[in-house]
Design a protein around this ligand. Structure first.
Ligand code: B12
Ligand code: SF4
Length: 439
């Protein structure tokens, strides 16, 4: 069969469309890694190149997160009209299989590593079933090495995304991860991860360990770090703020090449943290945490979500003060987005506060619900203010060019990242169309 893997594109000029740092979805390279070589594989990511609808594939494989799902459906419909079969999976389709099923011959709910060979065999025989769901969570020794050979040679910033664990032990109200993985935390065998690292085509280079939480099992991560030393990698990962309490772990991460950690701080207001159910986050420890991580030469990319019930218009300046005081290296600063399948989606819906279920607007830049502590317009404006304030020349110089941090090795990643974001935020803001409620 000719199998075409498709990543739907973002709406033109939206934040992720204009951002020059593009990331490949690991899901498709993982499925490619499980696909027998007798098939012909091709790949298109609409963020990098337009889809050629006349390619004539037998099977089109689409993975989409919520804001990309409507475009994924348009692509699916167009290929089906030309006679191709379409399979859709990923986080959004897993939460709303009936919706996805209106545009696909088969929908795959949940992980697919162990069921993918069966789906391919059914497709070859012309007998796709409308719905597939693995009988159990993937056994982690069955996760294959991703086949990054399907990616185009140019266009991606971090091609080397690697997963070492799946799931998260916590259950934050706004997050889809626990709903998807059912509160499990499973680790891949360290030897398999190291084999995958050794085979990277861009090694020695940059690696992004894209687990939700790299460090939840200390014994596992320590063995991984031992194995990573000597590979001369520059890598980044995601971890909870509690990492900063473990000096020994931080030291070993730094020795193994860690340059940056993405941390979900979420809010500077403890009342919000309480509502989110993210109890391991102690706001009073945040400042010290950033300094402790910096002491190891590791940069901190903080994620702060705006619009939780105890947020008022003052939170935007409160955040910028914090970022400048702590010399935060990078930040992801979205508006709260109640993705389908999450507890917050159910809560806001029950409270009659959801403004739209047009998934294209669930891009984490658009306010799609009615906040409590400010108006829709104030939150929307605050989102742009805080992003433009953080990703400005003045802020970048204040945060990254202070004498105490100038020699931090993480700058090799965070300097270009900050300078790349400055024009991107400006461009996305100019192109942004607010919802009627925010206008
Ligand atoms: C790494 C990551 C990123 C990276 C890389 C993004 C990228 N392009 O891949 C970065 C940091 C850049 C990022 C950014 C964003 N992300 Co992100 N990200 C993740 C994360 C942590 C892991 C995804 C991953 O690589 N998994 C590894 C692969 C192997 O697993 P998988 O995708 O689940 O695929 C398996 C199955 O789902 C299934 N499958 C998936 N697709 C398909 C398709 C078919 C046909 C089949 C058969 C099977 C199948 O098979 C795979 C193997 O079992 C997830 C959280 C999570 N744990 O899922 C969030 C997540 C996907 N991100 C999310 C979001 C919202 C975003 C952003 C919009 C905002 C943000 N958080 O920054 C941007 C958009 C960026 C972009 N341009 O795409 C949300 C999506 C929610 C939703 N309902 O849509 C998630 C779930 C996080 C969350 N807390 O809710 N992200
Ligand atoms: S937000 Fe982070 S800590 Fe909370 S459930 Fe999601 S992945 Fe886990």
């Amino acid at each position: 069969m000719h199998i075409l893997f498709v990543v739907p594109g973002w709406p033109r000029d939206s934040f992720w469309d204009v951002l020059c740092f593009k990331f490949p979805p690991l899901a498709l390279a993982t499925l490619a890694g499980l696909t027998p070589r007798r098939h012909r594989l091709s790949y298109v990511d609409e963020s990098l190149a337009p889809v050629d609808f006349d390619l004539g594939p037998d099977l089109v494989v689409i993975s989409a997160m919520t804001p990309l799902a409507p475009r994924g459906y348009e692509i699916a419909d167009a290929f089906r009209a030309r006679g191709a079969k379409v399979v859709i999976g990923g986080i959004h389709a897993s939460n709303l299989p009936e919706e996805a099923g209106r545009h696909a011959d088969a929908v795959v709910v949940g992980e697919a590593d162990e069921i993918w060979p069966e789906i391919l065999a059914d497709a070859e025989r012309g007998r796709l079933k409308p719905l597939y769901r693995q009988a159990a969570y993937t056994r982690m020794d069955r996760v294959p090495a991703a086949d990054r050979g399907i990616y185009p040679r140019k266009g991606y910033f971090f091609e080397n995304m690697i997963q070492t664990t799946r799931g998260c032990p916590y259950r934050c109200e706004f997050c889809t991860v626990t709903a998807f993985f059912g509160g499990t935390y499973r680790c891949r065998p360290v030897e398999r991860i190291l084999e995958e690292v050794a085979a990277l085509r861009r090694a020695p280079g940059y690696v992004f360990f894209c687990d939700d939480n790299l460090i939840a099992r200390r014994d596992h991560v320590l063995r991984l770090l031992d194995g990573l030393r000597g590979h001369r990698l520059r890598w980044v990962c995601q971890a909870p703020v509690t990492l900063a309490k473990d000096d020994d772990l931080l030291r070993r991460m730094a020795e193994a090449g860690c340059h940056g950690v993405f941390i979900g701080f979420e809010s500077l207001r403890p009342e919000n943290i309480e509502v989110m159910g993210k109890r391991h986050n102690k706001v009073e420890f945040y400042e010290e945490a950033v300094h402790r991580i910096h002491d190891h030469g590791i940069g901190v990319h903080g994620s702060f979500v705006f619009g939780y019930d105890h947020d008022t218009p003052a939170v935007f300046d409160q955040f910028l003060d914090f970022a400048h005081r702590t010399a935060l290296d990078g930040a992801f600063l979205p508006v709260l987005t109640p993705f389908p399948g999450t507890r917050i989606h159910r809560r806001l819906k029950a409270e009659g506060r959801i403004l739209t279920e047009d998934w294209r607007r669930y891009d984490m830049a658009t306010v799609v619900y009615r906040p409590r502590g400010m108006s829709v317009a104030e939150l929307q404006e605050g989102f742009w203010k805080v992003n433009a304030g953080f990703y400005s020349l003045g802020s970048t110089l204040r945060r990254l060019f202070r004498p105490s941090g100038l020699r931090r090795r993480s700058h090799i990643i965070f300097m270009p990242m900050n300078f790349g974001h400055i024009p991107a935020v400006r461009k996305a803001r100019r192109a942004f169309t607010p919802t009627p409620e925010a206008a």
